[in-house]
Design a protein around this ligand. Sequence first.
Ligand code: ADP
Ligand code: MG
Length: 720
Amino acid sequence: MSDSTTLPRPGSAPQTLANPPGRGPASTFGCYTFNLEAMQQRLPRPVYEAIYATIRAGQPLDTGLADAVAGAMKDWAVEHGATHFTHWFQPLTGATAEKHDAFLSIDEGFPIESFTGSQLIQAEPDASSFPSGGMRSTFEARGYSAWDPTSPAFILFHERGCTLTIPCVFVSYTGEALDKKTPLLRSMKELSRAAVHALGLMGQDVKRVVATLGAEQEYFLIQREFYDDRPDLQVGGRTIIGARPPKGQQLEDHYFGAIDEVALNFMAEVEAEAWKLGIPIKTRHNEVAPHQYEAAPIYQPIHVATDQNQLLMDLMRRVAKRQDLAVLFHEKPFAGVNGSGKHCNWSLEDDQGRNLLDPGDTPESNVQFLFFLVAVLKGVHRRSGLVRAAIAHSGNDHRLGANEAPPAIISAFIGERLGHILETLAEGKTVDAVKDEVLQTGLEVLPDVKRDNTDRNRTSPFAFTGNKFELRAVGASQSLAMPVTYLSVAVAEALDDMSGRLEKLVESGEPWEDATLAVVRESYRECRQIVFNGNNYGAAWVAEAEKRGLPNAKDTPAALAVLSEEDTAAFLDRYGVFRPHELKARHVISLESYSRALEIEAIQMLRMAKTGVIVAAMEHQRLMAVSIQAAEELGLAAEEQKAELAHFVDFVNGTFRGLNAVRRALRDAPEDEASQERARFIADHLKPAMEELREACDAIERSADSALWPFPTYHQMLFQ
Ligand code: ADP
Ligand code: MG
């Protein structure tokens, strides 16, 4: 009998482990971040305490301390090998931006390593080429990046060096937000204020409330060689042409299946790096489509989670390249195959770590929970247009409402039981009437069944999942900043409204529990239209939603219109998130990037059709014709072959018709690049023309000699 230790190990023998033996995720976690632990070790106590108060309690930081922090940060970074620092911010492009400077100055002829407080606090990148939506003209292009001490600095490695990277906001000389982070921080402040006030009315002494966010990131992985041969993937992130394979995901045999070796190696390396950067990646699994996966971290305050998601996507791109893979974040990289989203799990946490959306033991006794739950529903009901606008862009248009992702109608799922409780309340009955609703399983081994009281509804765009909401409509490639900004400020507004009523009732002598329930009842009555527990994918829901008066903005140009409404501008101004011209700038930039993205795709498509598809098609056509002719010359009947060729010729003609349709739409689009009219025209004319051209190209791909086909196929990309 052989010794069991000599038996081969399952799976292939590891070459090098991304995470070496004995080093669990916790042992290296955050080692490349200048986190509280590193600060405590390196900063004088009063400086550490001041910065701790800023991070934990949101108190403004005394800029006089910046020199001390900068010195410690630089020493720490240099010890890790850093030679440079960079401010790192999120301009309105949706990506991140950085500009590196060495820790070097010349002091009276001698080189020294230096990094001052003022370099930490503020920098002035040459920002003239970032989109500003007209807020800055290029000749006064000054944009300033300013240190955000609440998000930890980190060290980013490349093969031959590393850089101290400092999360920042990006603002103009006069303080306008030129980025996605500033409005996010502004919304957090308002939400905290409103929630603290509401809690105070309910007798809770709380100083600060933060919104929390855990974003589940979906993505595709394909082999690099295929990506390199698909200019559409490189330019627009999706396949603009490509015939669906006979087997797509119909069998759904990939979902939660065993993760293949290539993907696991990718995940292991991403995770090992993410942990060192303090990104708490926790979960990994296969998604619905072949080669589609998901990564999810443990939740964080929304601004940290937003930064970390940007960083994670960046890491994934780099690791993919290193491993001869390409990672795709586009919402719909492959037509007819499940698309990718970014599910935003969102909740509220007070300064003692209590989750305000956790019902506790019995929801009906927990009036405070009901108050916050209804505030979220009310906020999203009132501002659903803004939530819809935040997820609107050309990529996500392929996904929303396409019977696989939540539809473009914003509604909320709260489950049968909570729905029943709130409906009972709204009808004026007492809470006692629903007491027996508490789930009794009689199984003591099942802890907290009562808390996880929501059955799952995968079709809802905004679902309550027991102790948090999950916004599922965000696209996989999108920054999380705007969706959570609008969500947070919408809830702040609802809380303020409800607190106002509560205050009056409490002042008139009503006990706070009764008063709170009264406000819950009244507020729920106003927003119950948004609650829908049924199937959001069905056509019946579209009709029902229309009856309820819920907006259904079908595409990006329609969804963005809310940004130009006066009521929107007044609301966001009142809550300090955007001044009217800041909002206008965002509207303009969103319209422009929508139109541009589609134009670029269209131009790329023309090129691929002309230089690839049509060349292959004509060659195939010629070969068929020559061969039929040869058969006829021999006196053989070839009627069926001719009919087949006629079919094929029709596809080829179809590509020319499609080409012309796309060219016409490009030519006739209204001129003003940032206008609603141009975006509308592109949605109504360019997109259908591209569809027409695609159909013809895909028909050719299905019929022509595969050896002539110039691009990697869906089958290669998804099954190899
Ligand atoms: P699933 O949705 O598959 O049931 P989980 O509920 O465990 O998975 O969590 C999914 C995501 O929700 C994770 O990123 C997790 O950290 C996050 N999450 C859990 N609790 C909260 C919370 N209170 N606030 C925000 N996100 C949360
Ligand atoms: Mg989930």
